[in-house]
Design a protein around this ligand. Structure first.
Ligand code: F0G
Length: 442
């Protein structure tokens, strides 16, 4: 088994390390023996990680954290160069030998120009989570949860996935010297993601069903065999993913944006983002929350329907279908958590058509920002939110782009093929003529 070799820590600034508990998000029961499916032993709802000791943290705790996190930026230790573990005071405490990290996080915040002008929103930014080690935001969550798996002695990890989780699980398991088993909906995973899972050595099972069907099967497998579930039902995933809020706030010099917009599939990412901001507020590190809005594809919009039809009290399941395969999910596990984020942050929930996603994606691409279709749903959603007046011109907006453009190149080739001229002879005059025309274009 491969061991991570980490340099020994220098006398790192130390601050109290909090223990955590797992608590049900619905009935509040604290779990003494957590179920392997990470479901409440009483009511079967999802669990969340809570740090009871924070309530005793003094008013200077938050201030001190900001300093410590800033100081770590000059450190070369793996746990400090990680955009997850750099924030370890607000994460479950693990021994450093169990950390599985590849400098995840640390993603750029980029200002959009053309779209900003087009929409009349000058302060429009993208946080590009697609620039993580395996090309999606999943890496932050997988680094956290697989490190917990390792500390608990598991040697095999598994997930059901629309593709990105499987790529990330495969890579991090390989780093940790663990076996990984991934269940994928046959025919509905973008080829870049499938290729990654294979290359990183995962055992890939393609099931003739959708994501929701894969997850259902995996539940039964995990109940029977000692393998560790890395789907976002696992509350430790969200602990890793919430760090995007911390990193974003550092990048914005702790000025809270008015809006953060994320795509929604299984709804863990929006939940994690909300948890991160809420914790910062609880610790006095920010005063207000941004409005966190969630955008779904029209063909896979269970949250949008639930909010519209019953204000989020019950989940309206749908038969999902969208070319944004990452979010092709009809029965999202974390819907309750996402509803709570929408309500506490005052965010909106919208759905966008396939055409709206495709043109938003091309628009981002045209200003040099590549992303996968699910990520582009955020810009498509923003357009609707600007039109409805929910987002105002003077406000600061951050779109979270969740996946790398090269994850799904088939989608791009299909949408952009009309811009690709037929092959031509290597004839200088003919090429000159075309170049001249292009040059003369406005
Ligand atoms: N964007 C991308 C690129 C994704 O891969 C996913 C989810 C989402 C958005 C939605 O995030 O599920 O937390 O609401 N992908 C999962 C997977 C389901 O298996 O890779 P969510």
């Amino acid at each position: 088994m491969m061991k991570m070799t980490l340099p020994q820590p220098a006398a790192a600034p130390h601050i109290s390390t909090a223990t955590h508990i797992l608590r049900c998000v619905h009935c509040g029961t604290v779990q003494s023996e957590p179920d392997r499916m990470f479901r409440c032993v009483k009511c079967s709802e999802l669990l969340e990680v809570v740090y009871p000791e924070w309530s005793e943290a003094g008013p200077n705790f938050g201030l001190r954290l900001k300093e410590i996190w800033r100081e770590r930026r000059t450190s070369t230790l793996p746990e400090d160069t990680s955009g997850v573990w750099r924030f370890r005071e607000l994460l479950p405490q693990l021994e450093r030998r169990h950390l599985v990290t590849m400098s995840e996080g640390n993603t750029p915040l980029v200002q959009l120009k053309q779209s900003a002008r087009g929409l009349g929103i000058p302060k429009l930014l993208v946080k590009h989570q697609g620039l993580n080690p395996t090309g999606s935001f999943k890496d932050t969550g997988i680094s956290a949860a697989i490190s917990v798996a390792r500390s608990e002695g598991f040697t095999t990890v598994c997930c059901a996935s629309t593709g990105n989780t499987s790529a990330s699980v495969a890579a991090y398991a390989a780093r940790a010297g663990m076996k990984s088993i991934v269940l994928l909906p046959s025919g509905y995973v973008a080829s870049g993601k499938l290729a990654q899972a294979l290359e990183y050595g995962a055992r890939v099972l393609q099931l003739r069903t959708d994501f929701d069907g894969c997850l259902k099967v995996l539940h039964e497998v995990v109940r029977k065999l000692p393998i560790y579930l890395l789907n976002s039902l696992n509350p430790y995933r969200l602990e890793g993913q919430k760090t995007v809020a911390f990193e974003l706030m550092e990048q914005l010099d702790w000025r809270v944006p008015d809006h953060v917009i994320v795509p929604g599939g299984n709804l863990a990412n929006s939940s994690a983002l909300g948890k991160g901001f809420l914790e910062l507020r609880e610790l006095g590190m920010i005063r207000v929350l941004p409005r966190i809005s969630i955008i779904q594809a029209k063909g896979a919009n269970p949250l949008v329907r639930s909010m519209r039809e019953n204000n989020g009290t019950e989940l309206v399941q749908v038969n999902a279908d969208t070319r944004a395969t990452a979010i092709r999910i009809g029965n999202p596990a974390s819907w309750r958590k996402a509803v709570s984020v929408l309500k506490t942050s005052g965010g909106a929930c919208e759905d966008v058509t396939e055409n709206e996603i495709a043109s938003a994606k091309a628009e981002l691409g045209a200003e040099g920002i590549g992303c996968e279709p699910a990520s582009a749903a955020t810009l498509a959603g923003l357009k609707k939110l600007v039109l409805s007046g929910f987002v105002k011109p003077e406000e600061t907006v951050v779109l979270v782009l969740t996946g790398h453009m090269l994850k799904d190149v088939d989608y791009i080739i299909q949408s952009q093929v009309k811009r690709l001229p037929s092959p031509m002879e290597p004839d200088i005059t003919a090429v000159l003529r075309v170049v001249e025309q292009i040059n003369a274009e406005k």
